[in-house]
Write a protein that binds this ligand. Structure first.
Ligand code: 13P
Ligand code: SF4
Length: 330
């Protein structure tokens, strides 16, 4: 087993102390074996811990990449190492495949900030105004929306509709960021990410004072005053791309903490200052939970067929701009 996982540890030895590896190694070996037996593919979000991200995941990325990969996989089983809305998105795009989430309680403060009924009421209040919904929402909310977006494509999706006003749900700060980048009038909802809303502009000033020449990259789920202090604003994948292209000497990613560990593996010459804000929902996904999930084939993500069909139209309008001509789910 040690031989099986030695190449993985070779990559992770700067991130995971040697004393911890014997705890992870047996799980990594068992998961990688069982994955093949089950003809399963493991998709992991950028916020998963490095032993998952580099040890057992087949495909990794931001919310947009995970949705795209989920739409293309040929595997019998998809294990979504991320939060519940991501597993639902994988199921929406693959109704015939088995989608598993290792922990059903892996939620999201944005997804729980809004219900399908809220969207129906907004439509009554703003008749005819298109509803653009962040993928960090339940399938039921997506089903009431016209088109989905992620933090990587929100501005492009909003502008592509050709409307002078849109309802943008549910992330207020991402919505404000979009509004700052477009002439489209954006009607906001007051949802927030419990991880990103904790960052302050003062934190960033502290990093600059304490670490001098530091590149500050921030996720658009952060409050506007934080974004105003950043050198670059982008999705998790956008931040990784930015580091790859610019190779800063020192960087701080104003986002979930595990991501810096994952990216540091790829760019050992860059120094990562790690602001340790963890997402408690993402952290419910662990190696033991993934192994249990493959052993017991739990927890299967099931969706009402009608909701899934309407949600799929909103997600597909995001993935395929040509489908936005027929843009409404009203
Ligand atoms: P992205 O990976 O799409 O940037 O999203 C961040 C996030 O908070 C997902 O939960
Ligand atoms: Fe939701 Fe924020 Fe956690 Fe992402 S980091 S899953 S937006 S609570």
């Amino acid at each position: 087993m040690e031989r099986e996982t030695a190449p993985v540890y070779e990559r992770l030895k700067h991130i995971i102390p040697a004393i911890e590896w014997p705890v992870h190694a047996p799980y990594i070996a068992a998961i990688n074996r069982l994955k093949l037996e089950r003809r399963a593919v493991l998709l992991a979000h950028n916020y998963q811990t490095p032993e998952i991200f580099h040890g057992v995941a087949d495909l990794t990325g931001d919310s947009l990449a995970l949705a795209r990969q989920a739409a293309e996989t040929e595997a019998d089983v998809i294990v979504l190492c991320g939060v519940h809305f991501m597993a639902e998105t994988a199921k929406i795009l693959n109704p015939a495949r088995t989608v598993l989430i290792p922990d059903l309680e892996a939620g999201c403060s944005l997804a729980s900030s809004i219900t399908a009924e809220d969207v129906r009421l907004l439509r009554q209040r703003y008749p005819g105004v298109p509803v653009v919904t962040y993928v960090n929402t339940s399938a039921a909310v997506k089903a009431e929306s016209d088109v989905c977006c992620t933090s990587a494509n929100a501005v492009e999706v909003v502008e592509s509709l050709g409307a002078d006003r849109v309802i943008f749900l549910p992330d207020e700060y991402l919505g404000r960021y979009v509004a700052s980048r477009t002439t489209v009038n954006v009607i906001l909802w007051r949802g927030h990410c419990e991880v990103h809303e904790r960052f302050t502009a003062e934190d960033i000033r502290y990093y600059r004072e304490r670490f001098g020449d530091i590149s500050v990259l921030a996720h658009p789920e952060c409050p506007p005053d934080v974004l105003a202090e950043a050198d670059f604003v982008g999705s998790t994948a956008g931040m990784i791309r930015h580091v790859g292209l610019n190779r800063p000497k020192r960087v701080v990613m104003i986002t979930e903490c595990s991501m810096s560990d994952n990216v540091a593996v790829e760019f050992p010459e860059t120094e990562f200052v790690r602001p340790c804000n963890l997402c408690p929902h993402m952290k419910r996904i662990t190696l033991p939970a993934i192994l249990r999930s493959l052993q017991t084939m739990q927890h299967v993500v099931e969706l009402d067929a009608g909701i899934a069909e309407r949600a799929r139209m909103a997600v597909e309008r995001m993935l395929n701009p040509a489908a936005r001509g027929n843009r409404t789910n009203a």
